[in-house]
Design a protein around this ligand. Structure first.
Ligand code: SF4
Ligand code: SF4
Length: 442
């Protein structure tokens, strides 16, 4: 009987070793040398221990190891502390798109917009003027400027710009009577077939509609009237290898490509809904958004907001771009999800530590328009973008949620979702296997 138990104990240790063998292989595929070496070391150590136990018959050591494996696994998956949801109070005011950083950087001295804006907001003039003195993203002067790639990226944004005139259009006069359950499935399937990775639906919170036009082809400063009841939103995964090159120009190449994909999907989806006889408007980059996509995507159950300000999706983390369509067609809505991001970000702070412009806060959340969240220093972030000539993305790259959805990372994600101990262990594990600091700090 004891012999059988001893052999089982060795098999359990061997199973734990297999986990690290899989981790070793996926780390090589992800081109993470530190994680590869460390996991290889753990595998060798485990085999060494198995040999020592078997050779010298030190079965007590095997029982201690099993106990450790058992306790760790239990603590990792036991729902010890429910993940904390974001706290959303009453949002009383809509955001004016003219005040967003991307709108402000476009105001050029001597223009009507410039005079009008800074007459109303003199407190922002100095900081915005200092930003405007730096080279524009993708223009010569930025650290990662590449004449060929920069031109290609500009062409991609040019294609998106052409789509801004197609976000809305004629609605078919013949309205199809459709069952909300059926049409919800049909539109979700359509969005996925068009190229989205995940899609969700929510009632559109009117507070997430911009109050005035700040960018795009519509008249600057005109009030935005969008009373659509629903939003269909989606995420598209950004390529892992491209994000890994951040803050090099590869990150901007990838972002532009995914913005174009998102724009094409949104325009097709809105067109499809209008062909059914219901109004629908696509919200696309460069810049034709009438809604603030991140909070809408949260409402539609596709992720949570993080310390760095990006949406964190369950499967791809912050390595996503967003798209969406608003409509009056009645749809079945999804519910927001909570999977541990707030608790994880509370402790992790890896993005804050790696942000070269110190734009991501280390401290606690603050109340921003009724929502308790971490607030990014957008001016500081944009300053670094202009210095390097790309949209940086270092925070996205270092975030532990950015790992690709492989077997090992998915197991860790499951633990993070369930257990407070898993969250702590994963933060420690991420630092151990991948390092606390990204090598490319400029
Ligand atoms: S790096 Fe850490 S703190 Fe920053 S967003 Fe990702 S999980 Fe949150
Ligand atoms: S994009 Fe770069 S500069 Fe901006 S917050 Fe992230 S790490 Fe900081």
């Amino acid at each position: 009987m004891k012999d059988v138990f001893d052999i089982i104990s060795l098999l359990i240790i061997f199973s734990a070793t297999i986990f690290f063998i899989i981790f070793f292989v996926s780390s090589i595929r992800e081109r993470k040398p530190r994680a590869s070496w460390l996991s290889a070391g753990i595998v060798l150590l485990s085999f060494g221990l198995i040999l020592v136990i078997y050779w010298f018959q030190i079965w007590t050591l095997s029982y201690i190891l099993i106990l450790l494996i058992f306790i760790t696994t239990l603590l990792f998956f036991l729902p010890l502390h429910k993940p904390t949801p974001m706290k959303v109070g009453t949002i009383s005011k809509r955001v004016d798109e003219r005040n967003t950083m991307f709108a402000r950087e476009e105001y050029q001295p001597g223009t009507e917009k410039y005079e009008a804006y800074y007459a109303a907001h003199p407190e922002l003039k100095k900081v915005d003027d200092s930003l405007r003195k730096l080279p524009k993203i993708l223009d010569p002067g930025g650290k990662y400027y590449d004449p060929i790639k920069s031109e290609e990226i500009k062409k991609t944004f040019g294609l998106i710009k052409k789509l801004t005139t197609q976000v809305d259009g004629e609605v078919n006069e013949i309205t199809s009577e459709i069952d909300p359950i059926e049409v919800t499935k049909l539109l979700k399937d359509f969005t996925i077939k068009e190229g989205a990775d995940e899609v969700g639906i929510c009632e559109l919170n009117p507070m997430f509609v911009y109050s005035h036009v700040g960018r795009g082809p519509e008249k600057w400063g005109s009030p935005i009237k969008l009373d659509h009841k629903f939003a269909i939103v989606f995420i598209i995964e950004m390529d892992y290898d491209m994000v890994e090159q951040a803050p090099d120009i590869a990150i901007t190449e990838e972002a532009a490509r995914k913005y174009l994909d998102a724009a094409n999907i949104s325009v097709s989806l809105a067109r499809k809904i209008r062909s059914m006889g219901y109004p629908a408007r696509a919200h696309i980059s460069d810049s034709n958004y009438q809604i603030m996509l991140p909070p809408v995507v949260v409402d539609a159950g596709l992720g949570e907001l993080s310390r760095m300000g990006y949406l964190i999706a369950k499967k791809f983390g912050p390595r996503v771009r967003l798209g969406g369509v608003t409509t009056d067609l009645s749809l079945i809505v999804d519910k927001p999800i909570v999977f541990g991001v707030q608790d994880f970000c509370e402790v992790c702070k890896k993005c804050s530590e790696n942000c070269p412009s110190k734009a991501i806060p280390y401290n606690d959340k603050t109340i921003v328009r009724g929502v308790e969240k971490w607030e990014l220093n957008v001016e500081q972030c944009l300053r670094y973008w202009r210095l390097v000539g790309t949209d940086c993305g270092l925070c996205m790259k270092v975030c532990p949620y950015s790992h690709p959805p492989t077997f090992v990372h998915n197991i860790v994600r499951k633990g993070i979702e369930k257990s407070a101990v898993a969250r702590r262990l994963s933060i420690w594990g991420d630092d151990f296997f991948y390092g606390r600091k990204s090598k490319i700090i400029n």
